[in-house]
Design a protein. Structure first.
Ligand SMILES: NC(=O)C1=CN([C@@H]2O[C@H](COP(=O)(O)OP(=O)(O)OC[C@H]3O[C@@H](n4cnc5c(N)ncnc54)[C@H](O)[C@@H]3O)[C@@H](O)[C@H]2O)C=CC1
Ligand SMILES: Nc1nc(=O)c2c([nH]1)NC[C@@H]1CN(c3ccc(C(=O)N[C@@H](CCC(=O)O)C(=O)O)cc3)CN21
Length: 286
């Protein structure tokens, strides 16, 4: 099913993200984690492509397994900044062959040392190429705090509008730890005439070491309330796990209470995190 049709259904949606292995050696453990996450029957699952500037060889295979073996709708990420138009076209052909209808069109992180290809600069160009190649439901990323490379938040929202006008049918947000940032962002984009559904991206932080990586990827604002939790429990794995799930669940309950219906969990191949969040929300998601 297309993500836009899933988002049209009544009631809240909960989706989970997995990332493919970096090498074939990691394939079996990712496949097992994916299976356990699919068994939770989320509304859909997404599979990253070269997350953090890494590799992308297994995205289509993992995504096809999720939809064909477990019957869960899937959203395949596709990044373009390190790719060529010919390669993008090949990947789209593979997705079509596997019956995958949903693509998250991303520019992608620029690898250290610069991008090895120059066919694409921005995600909007990828959106246009995907549209030309078939009947895909296309999503895009958005940044409640503004994209770190954007000079101003307004410029970033103008570019977001161009991306939506190019054919992006829904948006997923970068992670955020302060819901007011999302509420302000939603107000601003709606005022600028961006009306497509927005899926809120939530990262449960269950280990202290993740923080540096997250800040490097996204520059996300860390509220004092959040920092205090990491300071207190960051060195105690079991306590940090519990506190991280509770913090994310608290954020989600507040989002649902304020009318944000679609929640995407950056579950990072951790079935126990996906299951912990789902269990914490079993009544409020009904
Ligand atoms: N690999 C993956 O699965 C995922 C990657 N990401 C990351 O999100 C980041 C950026 O990707 P997107 O949001 O897709 O990029 P984008 O192309 O929409 O925006 C990237 C930057 O370019 C600017 N920009 C866009 N159009 C412009 C124009 N015409 N002129 C000047 N500036 C313009 C934007 O304001 C922004 O600062 C990357 O770091 C990406 O990897 C996010 C989610 C998942
Ligand atoms: N700039 C950016 N790039 C992304 O790829 C990305 C975002 N933002 N925001 C939303 C999600 C979150 N994603 C992430 C976030 C962190 C890792 C990460 O820490 N990767 C580690 C491995 C972690 C592990 O094995 O548990 C790595 O070394 O790649 C990967 C993808 C993918 N997405």
């Amino acid at each position: 099913m297309k993500i836009t049709d899933i988002l049209k259904q009544d009631g809240p949606t909960l989706s989970f993200e997995v990332f493919p292995p970096k090498t074939s050696a990691g394939y079996d453990s990712v496949a097992k984690a994916t299976q356990e996450i699919a068994a939770l029957r989320p509304h859909f699952m997404s599979v990253t492509y070269g997350a953090g500037g890494g590799t992308s060889d297994y995205t289509v295979g993992i995504a096809a397994g999720i939809s064909q073996t477990y019957g869960v709708d899937v959203l395949a990420h596709l990044t373009c900044v390190s790719s060529t138009r010919a390669h993008v076209s090949r990947v789209l052909g593979q997705l079509k062959e596997k019956g995958i209808q949903n693509v998250l069109a991303l520019r992608g992180d620029i690898p250290e040392g610069g991008a090895p290809a120059h066919d694409y600069q921005y995600a909007a160009q990828l959106v246009r190429d995907i549209q030309a190649q078939g009947d895909f439901c296309i999503g895009g990323a958005c940044y409640p705090e503004g994209h770190p490379e954007s000079p101003t938040k307004d410029a970033d929202i103008d570019h977001l509008k161009e991306k939506v006008e190019a054919g992006c049918q829904f948006l997923t947000t970068q992670m955020f730890f302060d819901n007011n940032i999302l509420y302000n962002f939603l107000y601003r984009i709606r005022e600028k005439g961006i009306t497509v559904p927005v899926v809120a991206g939530i990262m449960p932080v269950t280990n202290g070491k993740q923080i540096a990586r997250i800040c490097k990827l996204s520059g996300t604002y860390l509220p004092e309330r959040f920092k205090a939790i990491v300071d207190k429990f960051g060195d105690n794995p079991a306590a940090m796990h519990q506190a991280g799930i509770a913090y994310a669940a608290g954020q989600i309950i507040d989002l649902l209470a304020n009318g944000v219906r679609h929640i995407h969990i950056y579950s990072m191949n951790k079935p126990e995190i996906a299951a912990g969040i789902q269990a914490s929300l079993s009544e409020v998601l009904k």
